[in-house]
Design a protein around this ligand. Structure first.
Ligand SMILES: C[S@@+](CC[C@H](N)C(=O)[O-])C[C@H]1O[C@@H](n2cnc3c(N)ncnc32)[C@H](O)[C@@H]1O
Length: 257
């Protein structure tokens, strides 16, 4: 996937095929990070919120009862259909959907109080561009709250992590490290705070079935599990059932006054 346009096609094709599975996925529908993201925003109740890379809408739906309005944006149309199902189920009338790319947002400057994004950023080839767009659409002093898998500072662990990820899902780009996020937040004009470091357990069968990973790739992931050195086995907590990922909730406050 040398060209970025191909990468974006791959993301849309991949998630379009499996969109309905993301509505019921426990990793996405639940998770200790969701209430922490809401809490970290210090909401007053009238905010306009953008959920960037909303998938089936679990983050948007978590914020909707606590704010004025949520716009759930994704560039996979079939994911937006799932958001509509979720909003209907929960009677959320202040949640709307919008087709769009995080790197080129279809919104005016300073038109949101808060931007949130969860488990989408590892698909972004130009995260700095997305952060620049979030900063542009946020009012002065607005916040960006991110939850995602983190890469490792240790290059051996980082290589195995991203190899396993891309074998499972060819539209995976990179689990960025905390240092990479820190540099990008600063470059985009956000003051960074680490709100919550946490881990998620990925049960191998469920994790690969959700993405319809072909058997040849599943076998390659298992081979990497077996071949991985001790430091990787410990960092990913690999066992017979699967592995864990280290994740974090990060908050960026716009330094624009
Ligand atoms: C795992 S899902 C998101 C899960 C969801 N945020 C949640 O909390 O359950 C990842 C989503 O990111 C979207 N995505 C990836 N790159 C994107 C981009 N450049 N612009 C918009 N959406 C993007 C994909 O279409 C996919 O729906």
């Amino acid at each position: 996937m040398a060209r970025d346009s191909n990468l974006k096609d791959a993301v849309q094709e991949q998630f379009g095929r499996v969109a309905a599975k993301y509505l019921t996925s426990a990793v996405h529908a639940q998770g200790e990070d969701l209430p922490v993201m809401v809490e970290a925003a210090n909401l007053k109740g009238d905010e306009r919120v953008l959920d960037a890379g909303c998938g089936a809408g679990h983050t948007a739906a978590s914020f909707a009862p606590h704010v004025g309005e949520v716009v759930a944006l994704d560039f996979t149309a079939k994911m937006l259909n799932q958001v509509e199902v979720l909003a209907d189920d929960r009677g959320l009338t202040n949640l709307s959907t919008r087709l769009g790319d995080v790197e080129k947002l279809p919104f005016a400057d300073s038109s949101f109080d808060l931007v949130v994004s969860r488990y989408s950023a590892h698909h972004w080839a130009r995260p700095g561009k997305a952060l620049g767009e979030f900063h542009r659409v946020l009012r002065a002093g607005g916040q960006f709250i991110l939850s995602d898998v983190l890469g490792f500072g240790n290059p051996v662990c980082d290589t195995y992590l991203n190899a396993i990820e891309v074998l499972r899902d060819p539209s995976h780009v990179r689990d960025y490290t905390l240092e990479e996020w820190s540099n990008r937040f600063a470059a985009a004009g956000f003051n960074l705070a680490v709100v919550l470091p946490y881990r998620i357990f990925l049960q191998f069968e469920e994790w690969t079935e959700r993405m319809e990973t072909p058997e040849v790739n599943r076998a390659a992931i298992r081979a990497l599990y077996d071949a991985s050195p001790k430091e990787v086995r410990e960092a990913l907590q690999i066992d017979d059932a699967g592995h864990t990922f280290q994740c974090a909730v990060l908050r960026g406050t716009s330094s624009r006054s």
